[in-house]
Structures are given as C-alpha cells and as structure tokens.
Write a protein that binds this ligand. Structure first.
Ligand SMILES: NC(=O)c1ccc[n+]([C@@H]2O[C@H](COP(=O)([O-])OP(=O)(O)OC[C@H]3O[C@@H](n4cnc5c(N)ncnc54)[C@H](OP(=O)(O)O)[C@@H]3O)[C@@H](O)[C@H]2O)c1
Length: 257
C-alpha cells in the first residue's frame, strides 16, 4: 500500500482527492486546520475503504504549520509516495483593496508552503526512486489576475522547473490548473458567483479523475477540461497587453464578484 498526503483535504478539490485516493486503496495523511472535520473525514474514509487515514492539523500560513507538515513528509520510516499541495484560498478585492497581511498570507500558503513541502517530499522520493507531487494551481496562472494569479503562475513555473530537474529520478511533478470548480472557495472568500455561467463550472470528482489520468501520462501541466483547454489555447495566442484588458473586463462581467 502507498501513502498520499493531501493539504486542504477537508473540502472541495482536496476532499475529492482524498475520496479518489482512498477508493484506489492508498493510505492517507489528511492536512488542514479544522481538526474535528479532519477526524470525521478520516473515520469515514477508513470505514468505507479500509485504508489508514492519519490526521495532521496544520495551518500552512504559519511557520509551525509548515514545519509540522515538512517533518511528516521527511519521516523515512513512514514514507509518503504522493503529495497533493492543494490548500489555498481567495481574497476578495482588487490590488490595494486587500490588506498587505492577507496578500502575504496568500504567498505563504500558495508559494512558501508548496516550495517547502515539495522539497521535503521529493528528497525522500528521489532516494527511493519513485513518487509523485501534484501542485494545485489554477487557470488564473495564465492571465493577469492580481496576487492570486501571480501566486498560481509561480506554482506552475516552479513545478515545471522542478519536474525538469528531477526528470529520470522516478519522481513526477504536475501542476494542476482547474477553471471554476464547485467547492467552498468562493463562499469562504465572500465572493458572489451568480455571474459565472453554468457551463464554466467543473465538478471536483471529475476534475480529480482527469488529473490522475494526466499524472499517469506524465504531464507536467494539466488543464483537465476541453472547455478550459480551448480558452487557454486562445489566451496563449493573445498579445499580453490585450489579454490584460480582455480578462479584467470579462472577469468583472462573468467572474466572481
Ligand atoms: N474552486 C475553484 O474554482 C478553484 C479553481 C482553481 C484553483 N483552485 C485551487 O484549488 C485549491 C483548493 O481549493 P478549493 O476550491 O477546494 O477550496 P475550498 O473548498 O475552500 O477548500 C480549501 C481547503 O484548504 C484548506 N486550507 C485553507 N487555508 C489553509 C491553511 N492556511 N492551512 C491549511 N489548510 C488550509 C481548507 O481547510 P481548513 O479551513 O480546515 O484549513 C480546505 O480544506 C486551492 O489551492 C485553490 O486556489 C480552486
């Protein structure tokens, strides 16, 4: 049996990863801040699938939280074979409307935690000659969308670079870039979603199934839906200057409010 560690496992995309990996027979280490919710989830997945599910309460916006997840990933007696860096959140508001403290918290969770947990996990994976890391980014990585988009662009670039450096070691890394997914994300950020057209919404379980397929195929960047693949194809062709104007206009009209 192999073990997977998932950050932000209690809700949305992270919970969908936990369900899928438990169904496939992997033991789990579930990481988030809400201990009660983690314990309920661990019990349910154990009872349903007969797997072992550990709970690790950690706030990845703090030094102590990141360090405790790093320590678990570095434990050579209980190796982790798959890391899913998924924990994340949105901040409502444009640049200068969001407090500097909230901007920095986002960089800590989306970038520093992802860097340090990826390093802690892949050091052991490289020694064992096998392992995988999925870093959950966003299609926002490809358009100018404030600190959120910039942090996700970092996740994509970092993951591609690390994947290249570890090529041939048996360790796979993949950045997962979803579009809008029905989760707790927008509600937690206090963002309204009435303007987002129905066709743009993805289902978390289907997203994870597609992501696992892309990881098995050895992709380093996964945009797992034909609608978003087409949109991102158009984005790649658009001139940078024009792109900023179009995406902020359409984002205001059809995006989270
Ligand atoms: N939903 C979308 O439309 C969408 C689109 C593209 C990318 N994404 C990305 O997908 C990832 C998952 O988001 P989601 O949509 O599934 O959101 P979600 O339903 O709000 O779930 C977020 C998860 O992250 C955990 N979390 C948040 N802050 C944390 C912290 N400081 N330390 C540890 N855990 C933390 C939460 O648990 P606790 O509150 O218990 O800590 C929860 O389990 C994020 O990285 C997000 O940027 C989402």
């Amino acid at each position: 049996m192999t073990t997977a560690l998932i950050t932000g496992a209690t809700a949305g995309i992270g919970a969908a990863f936990a369900r899928r990996l438990a169904t496939d027979g992997h033991n789990l280490v579930l990481v988030a801040r809400d201990t009660e919710r983690l314990q309920e989830q661990a019990t349910e997945l154990h009872d349903l699938h007969g797997i072992e599910a550990e709970v690790l309460t950690a706030d990845l916006s703090t030094e102590a939280g990141i360090a405790s997840a790093e320590a678990r990933l570095s434990d050579r007696r209980h190796p982790v074979d798959l890391l899913v860096n998924n924990a994340g959140f949105g901040n409502k508001g444009r640049f200068l409307e969001v407090s500097m403290a909230d901007e920095l918290t986002m960089l800590k969770v989306h970038c520093e935690a992802v860097l340090r947990l990826t390093a802690a996990a892949t050091a052991g994976m490289k020694e064992r000659g096998r392992g995988g890391v999925v870093n959950v980014a966003s299609v926002a990585a490809f358009v100018p969308r404030g600190t959120y988009g910039a942090s996700k662009a970092w996740v994509v670039q970092f993951t591609q670079g690390a994947a290249r450096d570890l090529a041939g070691s048996g360790v796979r890394l993949m950045a997962l870039c979803p579009g809008f997914v029905r989760t707790e994300f927008h509600e937690r950020a206090g963002m309204g979603t009435d303007n987002i057209p129905a066709w743009m919404w993805l289902d978390a379980d289907k997203l994870v199934a597609a992501a696992m397929g892309d990881l098995a195929r050895g992709k380093t960047v996964s945009v797992p839906d034909p609608r978003y693949k087409a949109l991102m194809g158009a984005v790649k062709l658009a001139p940078r200057g024009l792109l900023g104007g179009i995406t902020s206009k359409t984002g205001r009209k059809y995006g989270p409010q």
